[in-house]
Every structure is written in structure tokens, then in C-alpha cells.
Write a protein that binds this ligand. Structure first.
Ligand SMILES: [Zn+2]
Length: 449
């Protein structure tokens, strides 16, 4: 079906500012053609008693961690951020092979769709399976029908050779994927991935920035997530991590800086002025006890990510809101919606889709049908309250990406849900076993732990 009307629902056409109308959402050839009354004879999906919202964007995640829940790591429990990397994530990524990368991407992508997320901005690492890894992730996500912006994490923690291989993987993938394939919308785009200032030399950082510029994209990188990254940047270059990255020539307007917990006030102002989008990951920051990001001083380009804690943006935006309210009661519920809209404003241009994140004529038909009959009045004014205090992934009934129904009646439509889960179980069991043989990663940042 290239034409469908989501009929009879209440439609949230924009999150920032919230706009709510009643009408049928008309979809043709992947695009929204109108919100109004479906013409006679148009295929329709009954959405009465439902709320239709723009698809959610997760602005920073790691699909490779999809199978890490409950993973035993059989080493002393980590007590600092660096130990969490050394004992958990930098062991997991080394244990990944091609089949576990694919299983992770299918599982994470499927769970994202089922929670109402239609675009994921992913940051991938698999130091023992670098070449072609982004294609494995892309193929899995395209099978599911979810939109994504992918990158490979360049890092020197596993040596210079692997940093170069990582950079080459980004370049190879970008060269192939940035072109729009003829006759169908491209659901996958690329960026240049970099781990963080503290695992990268000036030379490699500059090379990342160069590939990004050459490919007309930005760098997706962790910035000042922990104080150790700031200290290391000062020890290496005399400035903080954010300044160091911009100084290396990272294109600001196309780049995505995840976390920015430890940026100081001048660096926050610099990021704001330069137009860098910041991916705020509230739950991950709390879980790793890295500190609180100065989200209000980072300005309007703060988007929300999960950092691998699923890709459900109802849960993430709610946690981010409560976390911020705890320190600042002047924050309103609309703040969460503004942050989600920022994620769409970042992701849209990568697809040549400035309308991503809204339900408007001409824009891509990325929409979520929520089985939510408001028990109290729902309007533009009250919508943010419904979002924080009423709505959740449990309400997701259908999901459209580029006009295609990829979740229908709470099941993904393009892959066998049971098969994805069974494949994940097999792969996770083997992955967890491989992990047992791996010691903690020895890499240490400079500047003192
Ligand atoms: Zn991350």
C-alpha cells in the first residue's frame, strides 16, 4: 500500500510548540499529503480513540549494547566511570562478532520501533569486527524499516591501527550511503563517529574532522561525559574537551556531542554559539554517576538520547524531566517536548527532511499511533502534561516510517518478532561466554584518574 489514511484520531502535528488537531492523516508514497478528511476510496486504518504523534528520535544510542541487560561481568564491580568502561563496555565491544552485531541491531531496532521511536542515532563499536560492521547494522535496521544515522567509533584505545580502520569504516560507509538510492527513500545515513577526546590524539581527531567535512557531515562523539575527559583534554591541549574538538576542526553545525556533563560555562556558551547539538542522556548519567549536565545553559540545541538504555523516548524524556525538576522547579513539562523536537531538527537534515518530527504536508510520514483516549481534556496547552504524566510506550499501537506501517497492532510487520528474540537469545548466550575470557581493558586517560 502506497496510500493510507490514519483515520479518525486526534493528531499532534508538532511537539514544539505543541499543536493538536482532529482529522485524518493522509499518507502517500512515504509522505504526509494532508491532515483533514480522507477522500472516498482511500485505504484507511481506523484510529478513532487514538492519538497520532510524530515518530520519536533517539539522538544517541548504542545498539550494540542491546544484549547487555543482566550481563554478568565476573570482575570486581566498577565504582568509577572509567572502571565501568574498562570492565563492562570495552570488554563487551571486543567480544562482538558479525552475528552478534546483527542480532543486537535487530533486537535494539525492533524494541525502538515498538516503543514509538522511528529514528535512532547510533554510535557503534566492535574493535574485533570493524570492516563492514556499519553495513551489518544498516542492513538489520533497513529490514525492520526504522530510520537511522550510523557511525563507527574511532578510538586509539585499541591502538593506532584500529583507529585508522575505524576511520576507514566511516569513510567507506559514508561514501556508499550518503547517496540517495534511486527510487526509494534512504532510511540510513552516516556520520563520522569518534569515541571521546581522551582516547584520541590530535592527529586522529583532525583526521575525523577532515573525513566529516569531506563527506558533508558531522562528528558524533562523547564529550566531557566524566571529569576524567576534561582533565585529559586539559593535560593534552590546555583546553577542555569541547574546545579541543572544535579546535581540531569538527564541523559544529552538523556534529553531535553526547553528554557534555562537565563542560564549564564558557564552553557551554561556545557550543551554543557554534550551533552544536548536544545529546543529553539523563538516565545514563545517573546510572554512571558522572554528574549533572548543565542542560539549561547548553541552550535550545539539546536533544535527548538513551546512551543504550533501550531507545524508548517516553521513558527517557520523562526521566530527564524529573531529574531536571529535582534541581529547578521553574522547568515546565514542555521542556521535554522541546528537547525531543531538537532531536528531530538535528536528524531531519541528514535525510534532506526538514519536516521530520512534525506531521505536516510534504514531510516524511514517520508517525506513531497511540491507543490513548484522553481521560481529561487534551489540547495544545495540556499536551505536555499528558506526555509526562499519562503517555508511555505501552500506548504504542502502530508505527509508520516513511509511510510504511512497520508496527501494526503492537507487532513489527517486516520481520518475525519471535525469530529476532530467539536469535538474540542464542547470540547473547555465546557473547556472554566470550566475555568471561576477557580481562578489564587496560587503557587509562592522562591528566590523572
Ligand atoms: Zn554513549
Amino acid at each position: 500500500v502506497t496510500e493510507i489514511a490514519l483515520a479518525g484520531g486526534t493528531v499532534v502535528t508538532s511537539l514544539d510548540p505543541p499543536a493538536v488537531v482532529s482529522g485524518d492523516v493522509l499518507v502517500k508514497d512515504g509522505r504526509i499529503t494532508g491532515v483533514g478528511t480522507a477522500p472516498e476510496g482511500m485505504a484507511r486504518r481506523d484510529c478513532s480513540g487514538c492519538l497520532i504523534i510524530p515518530g520519536n528520535v533517539c539522538a544517541h544510542t548504542h545498539l550494540y549494547s542491546s544484549m547487555a541487560r543482566g550481563m554478568p561481568y565476573r570482575l570486581e564491580p566498577p565504582t568509577s566511570f572509567l572502571q565501568i568502561l574498562q570492565r563492562v563496555w570495552w570488554r563487551l565491544d571486543r567480544a562482538l562478532d558479525e552475528s552478534s552485531i546483527r542480532a543486537s541491531a535487530l533486537l535494539g531496532g525492533m524494541e525502538a520501533l515498538l516503543s514509538g521511536t522511528t529514528t535512532v542515532v547510533d554510535h557503534h563499536a566492535s574493535p574485533n569486527a570493524i570492516d563492514g560492521s556499519l553495513d551489518i547494522v544498516a542492513d538489520a535496521l533497513e529490514e525492520l524499516g526504522i530510520r537511522s544515522i550510523l557511525c563507527y567509533e574511532v578510538t586509539e584505545r585499541d591502538g593506532y591501527e584500529r583507529a585508522l580502520a575505524g576511520l576507514e569504516e566511516n569513510r567507506r560507509f559514508l561514501t556508499r550511503r550518503q547517496r540517495v538510492p534511486f527510487g526509494r527513500p534512504a532510511l540510513t545515513r552516516g556520520m563520522v563517529g569518534a569515541h571521546a577526546s581522551f582516547t584520541l590524539s590530535d592527529e586522529t581527531l583532525k583526521a575525523c574532522a577532515e573525513v566529516a567535512r569531506e563527506q558533508r557531515t558531522g562528528v558524533h562523539v562523547h564529550v566531557a561525559e566524566d571529569a576524567a575527559d576534561e582533565r585529559d583534554a586539559h593535560a593534552r591541549s590546555g583546553v577542555g574537551a569541547a574546545e579541543r574538538l572544535l579546535g581540531a576542526g569538527v564541523p559544529p553545525a552538523d556534529s553531535l556531542f553526547a553528554h557534555c556533563v562537565h563542560v564549564d560555562a564558557p564552553a557551554a556558551a561556545l557550543l551554543r554559539e557554534a550551533g552544536v547539538t548536544v545529546a543529553h542522556n539523563a538516565r545514563s548519567n545517573m546510572n554512571n554517576r558522572v554528574g549533572r549536565a548543565p542542560v539549561r545553559s547548553l541552550g535550545p540545541r539539546v536533544a535527548l538520547g538513551t546512551d543504550g538504555i533501550g531507545a524508548g523516548m517516553f521513558a527517557e524524556s520523562r526521566a530527564a524531566y524529573f531529574r531536571l525538576r529535582e534541581e529547578d522547579a521553574s522547568v515546565g513539562a514542555a521542556w521535554a517536548l522541546e528537547r525531543l523536537a531538537s532531536g528531530a531538527r538535528f536528524a531531519g537534515p541528514a535525510f534532506g527532511e526538514p519536516g521530520l518530527g512534525r506531521i505536516e504536508p510534504g514531510g516524511p510520514a514517520d508517525a506513531v499511533v497511540l491507543e490513548y483516549s484522553p481521560p481529561v481534556p487534551l489540547s495544545a496547552e495540556s499536551f505536555s502534561g499528558h506526555w509526562i504524566f499519562g503517555l508511555g510506550a505501552r500506548h504504542v499501537r502502530d508505527v509508520l516510517v516513511a509511510g510504511e506501517v512497520v508496527v501494526q497492532d503492537r507487532r513489527v510487520t517486516r520481520v518475525d518478532q519471535g525469530k529476532v528474540l530467539a536469535e538474540a537469545m542464542t547470540e547473547a548466550t555465546a557473547l556472554w561466554e566470550r566475555l568471561d575470557d576477557l580481562p578489564a581493558h587496560p587503557f587509562e586517560p592522562g591528566g590523572g584518574a
